[in-house]
Design a protein around this ligand. Structure first.
Ligand SMILES: [Zn+2]
Length: 276
């Protein structure tokens, strides 16, 4: 089937759409294979750093082709769009949802810019971020600042965003120790806003913690670092087993297999298995 809009696959019940970051064809294949095997809807997403490596149109062509031959809904999302220009480029290329990340801006500037992204998107769902998920994810780096529930309600109302990324103590990248998440804050945000919530910075968070976030209203779970690490480990171990290897299909295929296994784990953690 063609790429599916995020708002057309958002869960009604207590489970979340896995939104998995991909960098190349093999990672995208691994994720779609996992979704097909577990009959789960899935979002593939790319960061601004990834789109510097290869342009949005290339990902749209490749992931549309994967989606067309898949029996489960597949969407393509811009993760952490850091400028309205990049949001425009992604929409123009055919992304089925976008994030505008105004978390480095003041509250008023973030509201204004996110509302502009929503107007530009003309019905394509936009994810906003309020507060800041700290840590580092390729070009994206920020200090952490937890989301205020009352501000979140005002932000949702004034921007028209379809989803809201919340900062409740998670961080991007690799954790030194497992973080303490502010579950009370998450419940308060959920009570204050009616749009679905998005969890970022999940690599290294226990399955149990992610599940309790889903129980409290998270409907999209983003995973990037763990998939990058899995792909790299697959390639590295394949190359170290055979130092004379020269066929990219062999070692890239090993990366793909690792990505598929990690994607299957996250589909289960999200409760998305069997939901397509
Ligand atoms: Zn993120």
């Amino acid at each position: 089937m063609p790429l599916v809009k995020l708002t057309d696959m958002l869960p009604g019940g207590r489970w979340a759409i896995p939104a998995l970051n991909v960098e190349n064809m093999e990672m995208a294949q691994g994720v779609v294979e996992a979704a097909e095997a577990l009959r789960a809807p899935v979002i593939l997403q790319t960061t601004p750093g990834t789109l510097k490596h290869a342009p949005p149109a290339l990902f749209v062509s490749m992931i549309s082709a994967l989606a067309r031959s898949a029996r489960v809904p597949v969407g393509l999302h811009l993760d952490h769009g850091d400028s309205l220009d990049l949001v425009y480029d992604a929409l123009e290329a055919g992304y089925t949802s976008v994030m505008f990340d105004g978390s480095k801006l003041s509250f008023e500037e973030n509201v204004t810019a996110t509302a502009r992204a929503v107007a530009m998107a003309g019905g394509v769902p936009v994810e906003g971020e309020l507060g800041a998920v700290g840590g580092k994810e390729d070009s994206h780096s920020a200090r952490a600042e937890l989301t205020d529930p009352a501000q979140a309600a005002e932000f949702a109302l004034r921007t028209g965003a379809a989803m809201l990324a919340v900062a409740i103590g998670t961080a991007h990248g690799v954790y030194a120790v497992e973080p303490k998440l502010d579950m009370k804050r998450l419940s308060a945000i959920k009570a204050a806003v009616s749009i679905p919530l998005v969890l970022h910075g999940t690599s290294g968070i226990s399955a149990q913690q992610v599940r309790s976030c889903v129980m409290r209203g998270v409907r999209k779970v983003n995973v990037a670092t763990e998939l990058r690490a899995a792909f790299t480990q697959g390639v590295r171990s394949s190359l170290s087993e055979n130092e004379n290897a020269f066929d990219p299909k062999i070692y890239m295929g090993a990366g793909r297999a690792r990505v598929r296994a990690v994607a299957e784990d996250w589909i289960r953690v999200c409760g998305a298995k069997g939901k397509a």
